[in-house]
Write a protein that binds this ligand. Structure first.
Ligand SMILES: *[C@@H]1O[C@H](CO)[C@@H](O)[C@H](O)[C@H]1NC(C)=O
Ligand SMILES: [Zn+2]
Length: 321
């Protein structure tokens, strides 16, 4: 057991170092929320910022990034291919947000993302906490999507994000009205002791609804696109994001879905859109402060938006959308 726990931590460190953040390593003992907030207060670091929501360059509907961003965007794409040869499954397995948004759009005609929340702890989650968490996810999803609306044939304007299922240890952890929620308690438990969302219901690799109905208990309505993992991992990190979803400490995501600390969700969801990290050593030419550079911006910036637009261009070309 001991060995297995150590291996687990080592594996997690591997993932984390692949997305380095200035304050997250080396692994440290649990720290209090107050200390962490102090160490991660981006409001001081970066003001004013060029927010995507007010950037004039994002009014254009064709590939025409500001001249000062052209080399930086080329550098980012070269680095992206180096670090994520298949875009973390975006090109070969249709993972990440854009392929999933497009798959759901082609299937339902609407912007749609469904989440499963995996709570690998004994914490209870109240109806209010659940509602806040969902509205934080919804808000950030729409902020990223807003940077693509009307751009180069991107067909979606609004995304309806829903949390459709929970994976918990005890059913009673999900408090309040649970009508319509799929709650797993018997789902696969991996060797880390983590409660997982039912892998049969992961809408991966563009499963058709027919596949879904035969493999996911409960059928199409119980299938999810992304996971939110809430775990109390023993390291000084706020969260991480990958092609399967995002992970946070539960206290963090429940308490900071409506304040400036929501930048971490913007950042981690950015990873699930395919965007890579920039730390202190690798900075794209001329770009200092943006949300995908950890702790440097509280909001999605003009540069973040053009990086995402670049992803859309690449995926559109690859898939013939
Ligand atoms: C969760 O709520 C139940 C009652 O619904 C209570 O018995 C239990 O102690 C709570 N667990 C925690 C960790 O607060
Ligand atoms: Zn990161």
């Amino acid at each position: 057991m001991r060995t297995s726990m150590l291996l687990t931590v080592a594996a997690l460190v591997g993932i984390v170092l692949a997305h380095p953040h200035p304050n997250q390593d080396p692994p440290q003992p649990e720290v209090t929320e107050d200390a962490r907030l102090k160490a991660n207060d981006v409001r001081i670091l970066n003001r004013p910022i060029n927010r995507a929501s007010t950037a004039a360059s994002l009014g254009t509907t064709t590939w025409d990034p500001p001249a000062g961003m052209v080399s930086a965007l080329e550098e980012v794409w070269t680095e992206t291919l180096k670090r994520r040869p298949n875009g973390h499954g975006a090109f070969d397995k249709n993972r990440e947000f854009i392929p999933k948004l497009m798959a759901n759009y082609h299937r339902t005609g609407a912007g749609k993302i469904d989440y499963c929340v995996a709570m690998s702890n004994e914490r209870n989650v109240t109806a209010l906490e659940r509602a806040n968490m969902k509205s934080g996810l919804q808000r950030v999803m729409q902020e990223w999507v807003d940077t693509l609306v009307g751009f180069e044939g991107f067909p979606i304007t609004k995304v309806d994000l829903d949390v459709i299922s929970y994976a918990v240890t005890h059913r009673s952890q999900v408090q309040g009205d649970t009508t319509g929620l799929d709650i797993f308690t018997t789902s696969e438990v991996d060797n880390e002791g983590t409660t997982k969302c039912d892998p049969r219901c992961y809408r991966d690799n563009l499963k058709t609804s027919t596949d879904g109905e035969t493999t996911c208990p409960g059928g199409e309505k119980n299938m999810f696109d992304m996971e939110l993992r809430l775990a109390q991992w023993p390291m000084n990190i706020l969260g991480f994001g990958a092609e399967w979803g995002q992970a946070f400490r539960p206290w963090f995501i429940f308490r900071h879905t409506d304040d400036d600390m929501l930048w971490t969700l913007r950042h981690e969801m950015g990873h699930s859109f395919g965007l890579i990290d920039f730390g202190t050593d690798t900075v794209p030419t001329g770009q200092e402060n943006f949300v995908m550079r950890g702790h440097r911006a509280a909001y999605i910036t003009e540069f973040d938006a053009w990086m995402l637009r670049d992803w859309w261009m690449k995926l559109k070309a690859h898939n013939g959308w």
